[in-house]
Design a protein around this ligand. Structure first.
Ligand code: HEM
Length: 440
């Protein structure tokens, strides 16, 4: 029997209350409006049967209990695979299992402790460069910080301000553009496709000889690339070729550096708006570190630092939406959904449910003090088997960055600054984030 789910109504102000137009114009406003109409709704988008779920029990069904019946959205898969080949983010089934188990050791505790030293080194460079009284663009600075840390930890080299780094960033920029729209097939010779082809060749020309050198020397440089090359040697499926390693390492980089930078920027914004919370955090940092530099071991002594980040990612999750598409008919809470149904989960609205998070728009890190929030109610890193593989790396990196910044500076917003988060594949501040530095 077909589902009798109610259909969501788009906000007024769009011709025929058109969902696609409303989503394109203001995705965050649109999804908040839809969430106000129920926990489980059909969204009348054209072509693909689409459903919105916004309750932890429903999300548990899709992402955990019935996760085998769902794949990553077919459109995103197709676009990503054209550029990155098969990769961890968009693959499914057996292939995904092989890739995930090859990459997982790259995020083990000893490796993370090594990456922590890299994060500390680059944060030191940034805070040493800043001058009290100066106004800095925080999103740019955080982008530089995560770019340098990530390329060093992943590829064993700092690609900031290098030609290869610029090419890689442009490649990723074009990739995100393609994924956020209906792209022209890659074989059509339009200028953006020609540029993509050239960038892809540049990327391969740069990385493939490095991968070959790593493979023949057998040296473990302690980075993700070495981990992948070791995984390649151990692989009995023949699947992990040099090109696969190249695709995987650049995909990991694309998945990680920007989203970490925006999460940090949002946290610094929220702290500037809440001096009481900032003071409490500063006290914790001073109690544990005094004036000495942080080490990875110190992080365990700073629970409030972690809570601040958790609460910031609740209120302003950079990945505001995730999608899954069913590969067979599924039944969710008695509703039968056809094969190829798209399920939209929005951490943005889930995290604003007043029944789970009282006074949801208030920034209150104490919500996370007792660890009682259920996994399906908190999804900044998504959930189930497809949860973010870089979560531990990102949390470690961000805690180090924040502690070192707050140890040296108080950050405030210019009086005329207007904060507006917008969705552009990642959620980001529309007007950037200029902040004024004052020495502590
Ligand atoms: C604050 C930083 C980060 C946030 C908020 C974040 C968020 C997410 C989310 C929401 C997903 C799941 C998407 C989905 O369910 O469709 C995801 C997956 C993923 N993330 Fe992250 N991420 C962060 C940092 C990183 C970093 C640093 C890396 C690289 C080391 C990374 C690599 C990946 C990969 C490869 C996946 C796909 C995993 C799979 O499907 O098995 N992420 N991330």
């Amino acid at each position: 029997m077909p589902s009798t789910l109610p259909a969501a109504i788009a906000p007024s102000g769009y011709p025929q209350r058109n969902h696609t137009k409303a989503l394109r114009q203001d995705a965050l406003g649109y999804i908040e409006y839809i969430a106000g109409q129920g926990d489980f709704l059909k969204i009348p988008f054209p072509l693909v049967p689409t459903y919105f779920v916004n309750h932890p029990d429903l999300i548990q069904e899709v992402m955990v209990k019935q996760s085998r019946s769902f794949h990553k959205p077919f459109g995103i898969k197709y676009t990503a695979n054209q550029l990155f080949g098969d990769n961890l983010f968009t693959s499914d089934g057996e292939l995904w299992k092989i890739l995930r188990s090859t990459l997982q050791p790259g995020f083990s505790v000893p490796r993370l402790q090594n990456y922590a030293k890299t994060a500390i080194g680059y944060t030191r460079q940034i805070v040493d460069r800043w001058q009290p009284g100066e106004t800095v663009e925080i999103t740019d600075n955080m982008m530089e910080l995560t770019l340098r840390t990530t390329t060093q930890c992943f590829f064993g080299m700092d690609l900031y301000s290098s030609k290869s780094g610029e090419n890689l960033l442009r490649f990723i920029e074009l990739f995100f553009k393609r994924i956020s729209s209906v792209p022209t097939p890659a074989w059509v010779p339009i200028p953006s496709n020609r540029e993509l082809k050239k960038l892809l060749k540049d990327r391969n020309d740069f990385f493939l000889p490095i991968i070959e050198e790593r493979r023949t020397s057998g040296e473990d440089k302690g980075d993700i690339l070495s981990m992948l090359v070791q995984g390649q040697k151990a692989d009995t499926t023949g699947y992990i070729t040099d090109m696969q390693v190249c695709n995987e390492v650049s995909n990991l980089f694309a998945a990680g550096y920007e989203v970490t930078a925006y999460s940090l920027a949002f946290t610094l914004y929220l702290l500037a708006q809440h001096p009481d919370i900032e003071a409490r955090l500063r006290d914790e940092i001073a109690r544990v570190l005094g004036t000495r530099e942080i080490t990875a071991e110190d992080l365990e002594q700073m629970p409030y630092l972690e809570q601040v980040l958790q609460e910031s990612m609740r209120l302003l999750p950079v990945i505001a939406f995730v999608g899954r598409q069913s590969i067979e008919p599924v039944t969710i809470q008695g509703h039968h959904l056809p094969s190829r149904s798209m399920i939209v989960v929005a951490p943005w609205t889930l995290h604003r449910r007043a029944d789970i998070y009282p006074e949801p728009l208030t920034f209150n890190p104490d919500r996370f003090a007792d660890g009682n929030i259920s996994k399906s109610a908190y999804l900044p890193f998504s959930g189930g088997p497809r949860a973010c593989i870089g979560q531990g790396f990102a949390m470690m990196q961000m805690r180090i960055n924040l502690a070192m910044i707050l140890q040296r500076y108080r950050l405030s917003l210019p009086s005329d600054y207007v904060f507006k988060p917008i969705f552009n594949f990642n959620t980001r501040p529309q007007n950037g984030l200029p902040m004024v530095l004052k020495a502590v």
